[in-house]
Structures are given as structure tokens and as C-alpha cells.
Design a protein around this ligand. Structure first.
Ligand SMILES: Cc1ncc(COP(=O)(O)O)c(C=O)c1O
Length: 400
């Protein structure tokens, strides 16, 4: 009898962590490496948020909190959903977790029975299928294409839904593609969901505040109020307020689901860190100029990277609407020979040869379920991005 649970045999280690690890190893060997694998803003947490945390410590807010979160934070979440998404929730319909990750995990844990299916559009954030598998469910992948901007279409969704479907996961703007859904695109998805009342939707809106140009963010329950009773709207402070290490995520949804998630959390962590919760109150209620300022910085980095990648041979890089990722295709490089003499058979070979030849660390698209592509995180300085893109141009020019 194996000691480790069978469920873990279905789980893959994180490819994004593996790339960072490989880049670190090469750096330790003295190689000049530019890491474009990180999934976190390179900015520091704003001072008003740090000050709120320090004040919370000094006030003695250092004890267990209610499992689902402190009242001021749950109220701030209610106000945030009203102010920014025109969604009405009561504080008891909200829950705070240790990062957005725990919210997602608890939602799956609270709902999955063996055989239940979760529709996950590709390319997906690496953790969705693994979380579903750990919780005993079955991920069902719904493919998008570069031609439709990596967005799920109504017909693909319709084909993916079966009587066993429990959830659809929507992530807009997306990690890894940066694609964000317009109101019309969400309308088309909502119309399919209205025909399948047994399917709930988990909307991961983590990158809500990072959309560029005249793109207007919207979320599913806002577009179709009839889906409110079967939508869990998830969000967090990690990306918008550069608070990845504080580990605060949150969600709002139907009361029975929130209660079930509360029960799991009560047996698991007893709730998120008290100090980080007070910091999140300030992030949500305090001045929002930090978000606007960084959005402008991210947009100019996105434009730089997209333009330089589209000047690289064999690369096709669509312009994503949001997040801090681009997801170019390297289809043109498949079958070519790298400077090492090896043939590039797939996107994993492409990123590994790029790392060896030019010291640029990116993540292969097949790790996110759709290739041949690769993901670049532009959450780093323009200088580093420019140098990295120059190296990518040099690398692709050297392929024959
Ligand atoms: C799409 C998406 N959802 C959720 C998360 C998790 O966020 P947190 O750091 O708050 O757990 C991430 C983090 O990378 C993400 O990219």
C-alpha cells in the first residue's frame, strides 16, 4: 500500500516554479540570466498599506480572527464589489482566504465529488487543473486559439459541458495569455450558461485592475444577473496592490457555498493572517492612485515587449488586453535548428534552447495547456525587458 495519497499521482509540479529554479541554478553558476517567469509585480507594497499593518500590530490585532475574515475587511469587500463591479453582496456572502489560491482551493474542496467535471479554458493558470485533481474532480479542457485572442467561444463551451460539469473557470484578464473578455464576449458565454442551470462559474478576477488602453473590465455576474446565484466572484490584493507575500484573497457568492468554504477553512487555517487582513482593508478602502500609476507603467512595458517580439523572426505576439503577461506563438521556430545543433521540436525545446543560448528564462506554453507558445512576464524593468527582447531577436535570427 502506497503511503502517499493516490490523488497526488495525478498532480504535476508547477512548471513556472521549475523555470525559476532552473534560472536560479544557472545564475549561481555565474551565467547572466534574465528571468521573465515571475508572476508578481516588481513594485513594493504601497506605504499606506504597510503603515496600516504596522498600526494593526501596535494595536494588538495579533490574535485569531473570525474564520471568514475580520468584519471591516468583509465590509470593504462588499463596498469594492459594489463600487467597481456593481454587484450587491452582504458581508456574510464574502470570505477572505490566505491568497486567492486558498479561495479557489476551498471552493473546489467544498464542491467536488468523484467524477465531477470542471471546464477550464486553455491556456490556463497552472494551478486550476491540479487543484481540481487534488479535490477528486476531473479537469475538462476547452481550447481557445490565438486567432480568437485566446478567448473561450460559446460553441467550444457548449461542447465541453456534460451532465457532470460542476464548474466553469473563467479568468479574465488571463494568466498566462493576458486576454480579457469584453462585455459582449461574456454575454455569449452567459447565454450558454443560462441553458445549463447545473453549471456554476468561478470567475478569477485577480488581474481586474491591470487592463490597458480603453478596455473596460467587467465580470460575469455583472453581465448576467441571472447567474448571480451560481457564480463565485474571486479577487484579491496580490497583483493590484503588489501584495503577493501578504497572502490575502477573497470571494463573494451564494451563502451556502461561502458557509461550506468557511467550514473547510475553519479546519484548515482558522483564517488568514490578522495583520495582513488589516493591510488589505487599507488597500481596498485607501487611495487608489498606486493602481493607476502602475497600470500606466505596465502598459508601456506591454507595448515595448509586443513590438520587439513581433520584430523577432518566427515569433507572432498578439496584443493582450491585460495582466502582465504576453503569450507569443513560436510555431515558426518549430523544426528549426538551435545554435546547440539540436532541433526545436516543441515549445519546451524552444524555451530551453533560449535559456541555454541567451540566458532568457520564459515558460513554455504547453505547461499552460496550449502551445507552441511561451509566456513572458513583463513585471520587470524596461531595461531588463529590452535586453531580453534583444536576446530573443538574436536567438530567433540564429535558428535555421
Ligand atoms: C490567475 C491567478 N489566480 C490566482 C492567483 C493566486 O493569487 P494569490 O497570490 O493571491 O494566491 C494567481 C497568482 O499567480 C493567478 O495568476
Amino acid at each position: 500500500m502506497a503511503f502517499i495519497a493516490d490523488a497526488l499521482s495525478r498532480v504535476k509540479p508547477s512548471a513556472t516554479i521549475a523555470v525559476s529554479q532552473k534560472a536560479r541554478e544557472l545564475k549561481a553558476q555565474g551565467r547572466d540570466i534574465i528571468g521573465l517567469g515571475a508572476g508578481e509585480p516588481d513594485f513594493d507594497t504601497p506605504d499606506n498599506v504597510k503603515d496600516a499593518a504596522i498600526a494593526a500590530i501596535k494595536r494588538g490585532e495579533t490574535k485569531y480572527t473570525p474564520v471568514s475574515g475580520i468584519v471591516p475587511l468583509r465590509e470593504a469587500i462588499v463596498q469594492k464589489f459594489k463600487r467597481e463591479n456593481n454587484l450587491d453582496y452582504k458581508p456574510e456572502q464574502t470570505i477572505v482566504g490566505t491568497g486567492g489560491k486558498q479561495i479557489l482551493f476551498n471552493a473546489f474542496m467544498a464542491t467536488m465529488n468523484p467524477g465531477d467535471e470542471v471546464v477550464i479554458p486553455t491556456p490556463y493558470w497552472v494551478s486550476y487543473p491540479e487543484m481540481v485533481s487534488i479535490c477528486g474532480g476531473t479537469p475538462v479542457f476547452a481550447e481557445t486559439t490565438i486567432e480568437n485572442g485566446f478567448k473561450l467561444t460559446a460553441d467550444v463551451l457548449e461542447r465541453a459541458i456534460t451532465p457532470k460539469t460542476k464548474w466553469l473557470v473563467m479568468n479574465s484578464p488571463s494568466n498566462p495569455s493576458g486576454a480579457a473578455y469584453t462585455r459582449d464576449e461574456l454575454r455569449a458565454i452567459a447565454d450558454v450558461l443560462l441553458r445549463h442551470p447545473h453549471v456554476w462559474t468561478l470567475t478569477d478576477d485577480m488581474y481586474e485592475h491591470l487592463t490597458y488602453g480603453d478596455f473596460v473590465f467587467t465580470t460575469l455576474a455583472e453581465v448576467e444577473p441571472a447567474l448571480y446565484d451560481r457564480t463565485l466572484t474571486m479577487n484579491g490584493v496580490s497583483k493590484a496592490y503588489a501584495m503577493t507575500g501578504w497572502r490575502i484573497g477573497y470571494a463573494a457568492g451564494p451563502l451556502p457555498l461561502i458557509k461550506a468554504m468557511d467550514m473547510i477553512q475553519g479546519q484548515q487555517t482558522s483564517g488568514a493572517c490578522s495583520i495582513a487582513q488589516w493591510a488589505a482593508v487599507e488597500a481596498l478602502n485607501g487611495p487608489q492612485d498606486f493602481v493607476t500609476k502602475n497600470k500606466a507603467i505596465f502598459q508601456s512595458r506591454r507595448d515595448l515587449v509586443v513590438s520587439m517580439l513581433n520584430q523577432a523572426r518566427h515569433i507572432n505576439c498578439p496584443v493582450p488586453e491585460g495582466a502582465f503577461y504576453v503569450y507569443p506563438s513560436c510555431a515558426g521556430a518549430i523544426g528549426k535548428t538551435a545554435p546547440s545543433g539540436r532541433t526545436i521540436a516543441n515549445d519546451e525545446d524552444f524555451v530551453s534552447e533560449l535559456l541555454q543560448a541567451e540566458g532568457v528564462a520564459v515558460v513554455h506554453g504547453s505547461a499552460f495547456g496550449l502551445g507552441p507558445n511561451f509566456r513572458i512576464s513583463y513585471a520587470t524593468s524596461e531595461t531588463a525587458l529590452e535586453e531580453a527582447c534583444n536576446r530573443i531577436q538574436r536567438f530567433t535570427a540564429s535558428l535555421d
